[in-house]
Design a protein around this ligand. Structure first.
Ligand code: NAP
Length: 321
């Protein structure tokens, strides 16, 4: 089979397509014929060694969707031909999904309902599971609450806008102008350009004076901002940053409003099958679409990884082997 592999850590050019043996599933694993593999920023961190260095040769790709080709000896509940999707592979403890076939432990994969699309599902894992964990599990977002999603056009952002809308929260999101109509269609009540000078006032105006929940993917830009636009008792969920030194210029804005902060990694999810099933349900009933902005083949993996870090797009990039 063909698989994208890196033989040393480095920039995107270290990714090459190798012809290798198809892997055998371990007792608790599925062998999946990959239909679609999401391209995520975290794939690039495993590639360049900045997250957790991985043993080489290594195939990246944390997200997977496809069809079961073979089941391990102890597997129950899956059989060849089943459509599945999952996440949490390709992180060093297992090889990833940028390949024609990949093995997946059964605790990181669920069945894909008939109403959900395989290509979209390949891009759903990290993005939608993170959005679900942030808004549903950590923030306990409730109907009619005001929720701010920074960067609503991103992989996580566009899933979060739709999950927020699916729980009947009142979603305000920020994005470049070109994505505003699409995000309104996805259920955002208010869409604001993140570059505007009066953004904090505009968020407060849109949310009866302050937001109850914030999903923040750029803590170094927005930690203080989040406190400034928070309602009393607000929950801020932090999932990322560009530099690792976010700080307050006035922590009193947070303290005076009893703001709670929860920083999270999707990889700490106790049972990935729970949010995966939730996300699959939303896709099946039409409450969540993964917007596939661009699809690449295996040979284009370097281009896909450069694009996920440098280009502007709505939704997700996927590799279809
Ligand atoms: N903790 C976790 O478990 C976890 C899980 C998933 C992702 N993450 C992290 O979360 C971040 C986002 O991931 P992603 O996959 O959604 O990335 P993505 O698809 O590249 O999205 C990033 C988004 O940020 C927007 N953006 C750029 N500058 C901005 C600004 N100043 N203010 C607000 N938004 C801005 C971009 O919009 P434009 O294109 O218009 O510039 C883009 O929509 C990454 O750092 C990733 O590593 C963490």
């Amino acid at each position: 089979m063909r698989a994208v592999r890196l033989h040393e850590h480095g920039d995107a050019d270290v990714l090459q397509v190798d012809e290798i043996d198809r892997p055998d599933p371990a007792a608790d694993e599925l062998l999946v014929e990959v239909a679609s593999a999401g391209v995520n920023p975290v794939d690039t961190y495993f590639r360049d060694g900045s997250y957790t260095p991985v043993d080489v040769p290594f195939t990246p790709g944390v997200d997977i969707a496809g069809t079961v080709a073979e089941t391990g000896a102890a597997v129950d509940g899956f059989e060849a031909g089943d459509r599945v999707y999952g996440t949490g592979i390709g992180n060093g403890s297992s090889q990833g999904a940028y390949a024609e076939y990949a093995t997946v432990p059964t605790d990181r994969v669920v069945h894909l309902p008939d109403g959900a699309d395989l290509t979209e599902a390949g891009g759903a894992g990290v993005a939608a599971v993170t959005a679900w964990r942030a808004l549903v599990d950590h923030a306990d977002l409730e109907p009619a609450e005001h929720c701010l999603v920074h960067g609503g056009s991103g992989g996580v952002g566009h899933a979060a806008v739709q999950i927020g809308a699916a729980v009947s929260a009142r979603v305000t999101t920020t994005a470049s102008e070109e994505y505003h109509d699409a995000l309104a269609d996805y259920g955002a009540e208010t869409v604001l350009d993140y570059a505007r000078d009066d953004l904090a006032d505009a968020v407060r105006d849109a949310s009866d004076g302050g937001v109850d929940v914030v999903l923040d993917h750029r803590l170094d830009d927005y930690l203080q901002f989040d406190a400034d636009v928070a309602a009393t008792g607000a929950r801020v969920i932090g999932i990322g940053e560009n530099s690792p030194d976010p700080g307050f210029t006035n922590d009193g804005a947070a303290r005076s409003k009893d703001v709670s902060y929860q920083f999270m990694s999707m990889f700490n999810t106790p049972d990935l099958r729970v949010p995966l099933r939730g996300v699959a349900h939303l896709m099946n009933v039409g409450n969540l679409s993964i917007d596939v902005a661009q699809s690449y083949d295996l040979e284009e993996a370097p281009e896909a990884q450069r694009a996920v870090m440098n280009d502007s797009f709505l939704g997700k990039l996927v590799i279809e082997p």
